[in-house]
Ligand binder design. Structure first.
Ligand code: LLP
Length: 416
């Protein structure tokens, strides 16, 4: 159930009115629902039930400390891709022994820190990385648990920029080379081979690619067993889609879990998953105010105070996200509007051709903005990044203050 519903003709986040939040905290403003975050996480937990598993929330989707702390309190694991994300997890109270470290370009310093705090596993993406990790672990007198990310070459049938499991992608180890790379890893003194992983892409709305990827991984699990390498876990990555559009019908937590667990029955393997979007995506909206209405003979433009620097998905992937009025009007006629930001780029839009009844000063909410929204925000055009609020019932916690110009300047200097 969505936590963003109308009550008395006002869009709310749980029991907080979005108009009131906009008045208190200003716009553009990201608003998250604690209940939505918890419900999505717990739905996966419950669906996996007694099957041995670890749900590692992909921090990159939304790395706000408030958001991470909600998940840490529920006992979530975390999937990280940098030392920065690791530090966030630790500050938010996450358990390092439930952290997996993904990414193609981990640096030695990042590996060192992860080894020191005792993460669960490194998801290694190349032979070269194995060599470096083995050395770093040896220098610390430690043994690193590793999984190899293999490229199962399945088509995730999603946007090419967020499809990662095809053989031409930079990610993972070529399927046909995997056994050999595992043997190399096995022979390294400071590595402990524990798993296998993949991540085939993001915003998947069908189960088949996940099931196909699992089948491919299990072929390798068997080939490895035949050469004496026994794995403890399979990590299927993230990728479960959300309902951006009415036509998007992603698998439910139960459907996903049943399909995947079904493949693992009778095997002595636990399951790791790395969901990001499916936990944070529907838990957030981006609130923005209409600055100006600019009807032209070709397009009606509604110029709002949020821009591509705040939410880049529409500009970057032509992603469609629903845009709704916070207080729907009956006194104004609906028109087709292009919702655009103040940034000096034609690609700076949040949505095109949307039927809305608008007046200057109205508030709009861009839905499903909890994942890959604030996390991908930038300072382009020297715009301060938005504030973020985490709602819990009728309470609103400011979990990130609005950035200031002085904070933006702090790392720069003029010269004589
Ligand atoms: N694990 C790995 C190794 C990943 O690369 C990703 C996402 C995830 C897990 C989490 O995937 P999710 O469950 O969120 O689909 N910025 C893009 C999405 C990029 C996803 C990158 N990797 C977007 O806004 O659509």
């Amino acid at each position: 159930m969505s936590q963003f519903e109308y009550q008395n003709n006002q869009l709310h986040a749980e029991r907080c009115s979005l108009s009131e939040l906009a008045e208190t905290f200003g716009t553009p403003l990201y608003v998250y629902s604690r209940k939505s975050l918890s419900d999505s996480y717990l739905a996966l937990e419950r669906a996996l039930g007694e099957f041995p598993h670890l749900v590692c929330y992909a921090v990159k989707a939304n790395s706000n400390l408030g958001v991470l702390s909600v998940l840490a309190k529920l006992g979530a694991g975390f999937d990280i891709v940098s030392q920065g994300e690791l530090e966030r997890v630790l500050v938010a109270g996450g358990d390092p022994s439930r952290v997996v470290f993904s990414g193609v370009g981990k640096r030695p310093q990042e590996m060192r820190r992860a080894l020191e705090v005792g993460i669960h596993c490194f998801n290694v993406e190349s032979s070269a990385e194995l060599t470096v990790l083995n050395q770093v672990a040896a220098d610390l007198g430690k043994v690193a648990n590793i999984s190899l990310r293999v490229n199962p070459d399945v088509d995730a049938k999603t946007h090419p920029y967020i499809s990662t499991g095809l053989k031409e992608n930079k990610f993972g180890i070529e399927f046909s080379q995997a056994v050999e790379v595992y043997q190399t890893a096995q022979a390294m003194a400071n590595l402990n081979v524990v798993g296998i992983d993949c991540h085939i892409g993001s915003q998947l709305t069908e189960l088949t690619p996940f099931v196909d990827a699992m089948d491919r991984l299990l072929v390798l699990v068997d080939q490895l067993a035949a050469v004496g390498i026994t794995l403890k876990h399979v990590d299927l990555g993230g990728g479960i889609g959300i309902r951006y559009e009415k036509g998007d019908v992603p698998p439910t937590a139960d459907e996903y879990a049943q399909a995947i667990i079904g493949k693992l029955q009778g095997r002595d393997l636990s399951l790791v998953i790395e969901p990001g979007r499916s936990i944070a995506g529907e838990a957030g909206v981006l609130l923005t105010q209409v600055e100006y209405l600019k009807p032209t003979p070709y397009h009606n433009f509604a110029i709002v105070d949020a821009a591509m620097n705040d939410l880049i998905r529409p500009a970057l992937y032509s992603a469609w996200q629903e845009i709704v009025e916070v207080v729907p009007r009956s006194d104004t006629e609906q028109k087709q509007w292009d919702i655009v930001g103040p940034v000096c780029e034609t690609g700076d839009f949040l949505g095109k051709d949307r039927a809305l009844a608008l007046q200057q000063g109205d508030l709009l909410a861009v839905k499903c903005a909890g994942a890959y929204g604030a996390a991908m925000a930038s300072n382009y055009n020297t715009r301060n990044r938005p504030a973020e609020v985490l709602v819990d019932g009728e309470k609103a916690h400011l979990v990130r203050q609005r950035e200031t110009i002085n904070q933006q300047f702090a790392l720069e200097s003029v010269i004589d």
